[in-house]
Design a protein around this ligand. Structure first.
Ligand SMILES: [Zn+2]
Length: 78
């Protein structure tokens, strides 16, 4: 009998448990994964209309301008 035939005929273990990891991860593996988890400050661009710092490719929060025209009505009252 060939090896793979014997393997195919071997009775399967009836097991209702979920698959579980065989070994616990090392501390190095965990810390290497978490090396990229830190948050970074968002890059900011200057608004060409009011020269306030704004997020790039977004309308300005201060003046409501985007691509040289007003797209959001920003109330003057504060
Ligand atoms: Zn602006």
């Amino acid at each position: 009998m060939l090896d793979f035939e014997r393997l195919a005929r071997r009775p399967r273990k009836k097991d209702s448990t979920m698959p579980n990891p065989k070994r616990r991860h090392s501390q190095k593996r965990t810390s290497t994964r978490r090396a990229h988890d830190s948050l970074k400050a968002h890059s900011l661009a200057e608004c060409p209309n009011c020269h306030e710092k704004k997020m790039p490719h977004r309308a300005c929060v201060k003046c409501g301008y985007y691509k040289g025209r007003e797209v959001v009505d920003v109330g003057q009252a504060s």
